[in-house]
Design a protein. Structure first.
Length: 120
């Protein structure tokens, strides 16, 4: 992968990280702002359901932040775009589709096939 591609992915990953962190801050603000009292228990249940859903999304974002930071570290270490399994270069189209990936398409397909056979 050439330097131009590496800089493209660094910019992309930093943008993804910034957006995920901003979303996390907004989630915290939204959850602390709504200390309402409800006369109807159904309204309260709806709020709690919405909060639960928001927290699940936030947890996914937290995991994505961790993956983005790991990808940025691989960029710094010169390992970005190298498959963890086979050591081959991960194709640019795959990295554009999934910038945080650590597996080439062949190894990821094999991993998914193995999971399917195990019933994971």
């Amino acid at each position: 992968m050439d330097q131009k591609d590496l800089e493209y992915f660094r910019t992309l990953l930093n943008g993804m990280l910034e957006e995920a962190l901003k979303q996390g801050e907004m989630t915290i603000e939204d959850m602390t702002d709504s200390n309402e009292i409800f006369a109807d228990p159904a309204d309260r249940a709806t709020l709690e359901s919405d909060r639960s859903f928001t927290l699940r999304i936030r947890d996914r974002e937290r995991k994505l932040i961790k993956k983005i930071r790991a990808a940025l570290q691989r960029l710094d270490d010169g390992l970005y775009g190298i498959c963890d399994e086979c050591g081959e270069e991960i194709g640019v189209p795959r990295l554009k589709a999934r910038p945080v990936t650590k597996l080439c398409i062949n190894c990821k397909s094999k991993q998914e096939e193995d999971e399917h056979l195990r019933g994971d």
